[in-house]
Ligand binder design. Sequence first.
Ligand code: 5RP
Length: 221
Amino acid sequence: MSEAKRLAGEKAIDFVEDGMIVGVGTGSTVAYFIDALASIKHRIRGTVSSSEQSTQRLRAHGIEVLDLNSAGPLALYVDGADECDPGKRLIKGGGAALTREKIIAEASDRFVCIIDPAKRVDVLGKFPLPVEVIPMARSLVAREILRLTGGGQPVWRQDASGNGVLTDNGNVILDVHGLAIDDPLSLESTLNQIPGVVSVGLFARRAADVVIIGGEPPQLL
Ligand code: 5RP
């Protein structure tokens, strides 16, 4: 599967143009994109990163990482996904970076999503939907998600040692199991309204513009 991720990540280089500031997502597929970006780093002005993890990898390659506030609107954002439906709507946040990813996607003219074929689904929701939550609101938000989704089971994300995962923003993640999301736009909006929710890992309002599915050759949606 990592071969498909590599092929998707490398194909995304075709979308990078000279002088761009490139938005960079998070995850193992994006890691391949970052490694490929290193070979053309002299052609770009820099990057804006969606996580500490990606920032470290970019800097290790000597690629400049800029603050979004000074970079302004971006021409291109490249990121992976946990699920992608035929409308290029996504579930993201498996790497707990959903909030910064959403911000950069919103700030970008073109969102190129890089996935392996296993991420394609007809209906989103088999992958538990990540929701980033202010820590003090964890139980409240969990109860509200139960009530509003009528069947969604929120689970507090823990690491291998049983400690609650903290995002780069110091918040917690609830992974909502058992959803079959037939109206992603509506669910994104509904969950966004719960006080204490920072962001929802549904990318429906701002879906991908182009999806690259890794393979020989890569396919474009
Ligand atoms: C991180 C993400 C990632 O894009 C998503 O989890 C896919 O990761 P990978 O490329 O490792 O399969 O949303 O928050």
